[in-house]
Design a protein around this ligand. Structure first.
Ligand SMILES: N[C@@H](CCC(=O)N[C@@H](CS)C(=O)NCC(=O)O)C(=O)O
Length: 242
């Protein structure tokens, strides 16, 4: 089995899943983790495109089968290696709609909010205002939904950690980076901390990331990013005080 990935929220869903499967006692086969350099455009090569026409990471290759879309990969791994993270039978329908909810809503809105907040530093403010407001408002609405779904439960789908938690966590954990104020929802904040405290998650989010940068980029990494021609807005430039 091969995983083609990068140190990004969609990539971490898969690496967290692998590590959580190990935590659950599953003996995984040898899996080759191939890091795709997105900045260099390796997702656009002919070979990559043969495995994923959509030209985005992550991709899972298992024998003759190539699977795109991080949430489809979560489901594939969960079905191939059964654990309580995706129960069998009817009960899986408590989980799967929340995985789809992430793919269709949380990822795109947090991703767009992040992009306009950090990675379009050279775009005039007036042009960014509408998309920033729109994606922020929708991201916050989604967090209100998440807060209701969590209620007093420890995990998104009740008392058992599931692939829904794995799907949603990597985007929400970056709330300070995307400036989505989840402090309005204390149970969401507590859930973020609860997921982060899991050893499998700790290992999963460290794929492709130097040890001291798991939760925050170092100044050296930011400088390296800028040297590559990308401009990132730093906190000092942003109005938000998150
Ligand atoms: N819905 C897709 C999104 C995948 C995606 O957007 N991947 C990003 C990294 S997080 C990517 O490959 N970006 C490179 C590009 O857009 O060229 C999934 O969940 O797998």
């Amino acid at each position: 089995m091969e995983i083609w990935t990068a140190a990004t929220p969609n990539g971490w869903k898969v690496s967290i899943m692998l590590e959580e499967l190990k935590e659950a006692g599953i003996e995984l086969p040898e899996i080759e983790i191939k890091t795709i350099n997105l900045a260099k455009g390796e997702q656009f090569t002919e070979l990559f495109t043969q495995h994923n026409l959509n030209q985005k990471i992550p991709v899972l290759i298992d024998g003759e089968r190539s699977i795109m879309e991080s949430c489809a990969i979560l489901q594939y791994l969960a079905e191939k290696y059964p654990t309580p993270m995706l129960p069998a039978g009817e009960a899986r329908w408590d989980i799967l709609p929340w995985v789809y909810w992430q793919a269709a809503n949380v990822g795109p809105n947090f991703g767009n909010k992040l992009s306009y907040t950090r990675y379009m530093d050279d775009v005039p403010e007036a042009q960014k205002q509408h998309p920033l407001e729109r994606f922020n408002k929708e991201a916050l609405r989604l967090m209100a939904v998440l807060a209701k779904q969590l209620g007093n439960n420890p995990w998104i789908c009740g008392t058992t950690f599931s692939i829904a938690d794995i799907a949603v966590y990597p985007w929400v954990r970056g709330w300070k980076w995307s400036k989505v104020d989840i402090t309005k929802y204390p149970n969401v904040l507590e859930w973020v901390q609860r997921v982060r405290a899991r050893p499998g998650v700790e290992r999963g989010i460290s794929y492709g990331v130097p040890k001291d940068e798991i939760d925050q980029w170092s100044e050296a990494r930011k400088a390296q990013y800028r040297r590559g021609g990308s401009s990132i807005a730093d906190n000092a430039k942003l109005k938000s005080d998150l």
